[in-house]
Design a protein around this ligand. Structure first.
Ligand code: SER
Length: 427
């Protein structure tokens, strides 16, 4: 099944189960100051969970564009993405665990046709109700694992709001893909397991101090990762091997003159560029502009990281607009905003990438000066203050300072850099 087919199949399935299909919202949350970006399918529905607004139907289903800036450093592995699509079914004071679990199981085993013996379930520690429902639908006891708050309690999205215990469905690619440790189980980061769906049993409203009060009604919020599910359906262990990513990786390979799939370091770099480029196009399409704070900074950081990783592949001329074109071509039929704002997206990328090029040149000159001074001092070390000044005042990435310094036999006081960074954070 392709990504398009999974999206369609999910929405039709829940339509048959009495859900109203609603279009996904913008990546910029509407009227929600607690969040920078839409990080889950439930975000547009927070007022419905809290009883502050009435939903158009007590049962909704959607495919939502999501962005998780917190995962930016994990991108490049096989499962983490900053931008991804989340399929979800929602109940507002209507059905609860029984139906949510029953339908999730029906969808994965019958519509997707995933083998039961390759599915594992996780539940919250004392959620015996969920345990018994999973047992009733046919999951063997030994494949239902209990985890604590860290793994099986979801939310709130932002610093306050609806949250509750959750239950996840994990796909097992098989022992041969695992690390072989006796402790290897769903949640292990070795790549054997992929969490494809999270069912949240919304029961509490959490305030800013972490206090939880029961919601007047219980709700359901589920999220199935489209890219991860597509990978499983296409027999791939990595989300980057699915058809949604291949034109992007092809575009990068062609521009950089590399072959994907032969060198781990090169592949991981190409994946980061592809992933970030997709996020960049979608953020700009929804009206985010590069800036020094908030969501503008998320976009700027993404673009700079993509440009820097590009340099590792020898891409030192502007190249990001080309990958954006591939993204628009691949995703435009599902997200028409990409097509409508095509020229704007490309223009913003070109300007920002050119600007970053200037930043790099200025930074390189300053770094040269610093090193020339230090050479006469014979200190051979770039101070934390200097590295931080380059980063903070001139936007010169510290990893580049480190790389260039090392090539010229210098060290960088990274401890000092971190201390300066901490001071800045506090300021
Ligand atoms: N809100 C939950 C999640 O993001 C389920 O949709 O995982």
């Amino acid at each position: 099944m392709t990504g398009d087919e999974i999206r369609e199949s999910f929405l039709r399935f829940f339509e048959e189960k009495g859900h109203k299909i609603v279009p996904g919202s913008s990546l910029i949350p509407h009227g929600d100051p607690t969040l920078l970006l839409t990080s889950a399918g439930m975000v547009p529905f927070k007022p419905y969970f809290l009883g502050e607004a009435v939903p158009p139907s007590p049962r909704l289903a959607s495919c939502q564009k999501c962005f998780r800036a917190t995962d930016i450093e994990s991108v490049g592995d096989t499962t983490h993405l900053t931008f991804f699509e989340m399929l979800g079914n929602f109940s507002f004071g209507d059905y609860f665990k029984e139906e949510a679990i029953g339908w999730a199981w029906e969808f994965v085993t019958q519509r997707l046709g995933l083998p039961r013996e390759q599915l594992w379930i996780t539940i919250f520690l004392d959620d015996d109700e969920a345990f018994h429902i999973w047992r009733r639908v046919g999951v063997p006891e030994e494949r239902i694992l209990r985890f604590g708050e860290e793994d099986n309690f979801w939310g709130p999205a932002g610093d306050s709001g609806p949250c509750g215990p959750c239950s996840e469905i994990h796909y097992d690619f098989g022992q041969e893909f695992g690390c072989g440790r006796p402790s290897c189980a769903p949640g292990c980061d070795c790549g054997r397991f992929s969490e494809i769906w999270n069912l949240v049993f919304m029961q509490y409203n959490q305030d800013r101090d972490g206090n939880r009060t029961p919601l007047p009604k219980c709700h359901i919020d589920t999220g199935m990762g489209l890219e991860r599910t597509a990978a499983v359906m296409q027999g791939k262990t990595s989300v980057y091997e699915i058809a949604l990513f291949s034109p992007l990786l092809d575009c990068i390979s062609e521009m950089a003159g590399i072959k994907y799939g032969f060198d781990d370091a090169v592949d991981s770099t190409a994946r980061i560029i592809a992933e970030h480029s997709r996020g960049i196009a979608f953020l700009i399409a929804d009206g985010v502009l590069p800036g020094n704070e908030g969501r503008g900074y998320v976009l700027r950081r993404l673009l700079r990281r993509a440009a820097l990783f590009g340099r590792r592949l020898g891409l030192d001329k502007p190249f990001l607009a080309e990958i954006a074109k591939a993204t628009i071509k691949k995703m435009g039929h599902v997200y028409p905003e990409l097509i409508e704002r095509r020229s704007f997206i490309l223009k913003v990328i070109e300007l920002e990438e050119a600007r970053f090029g200037e930043t790099l040149s200025t930074g390189l000159e300053l770094l040269d000066d610093i090193m020339a001074e230090r050479e006469t001092d014979r200190a051979g070390e770039i101070s934390g203050e200097d590295a931080f000044k380059l980063y903070d005042t001139y936007g010169f990435p510290v990893e580049l300072t480190l790389e260039i310094a090392q090539k010229q036999g210098f060290t960088v006081d990274m401890g000092g850099f971190e201390r300066e960074m901490e001071k800045q954070r506090e300021r």
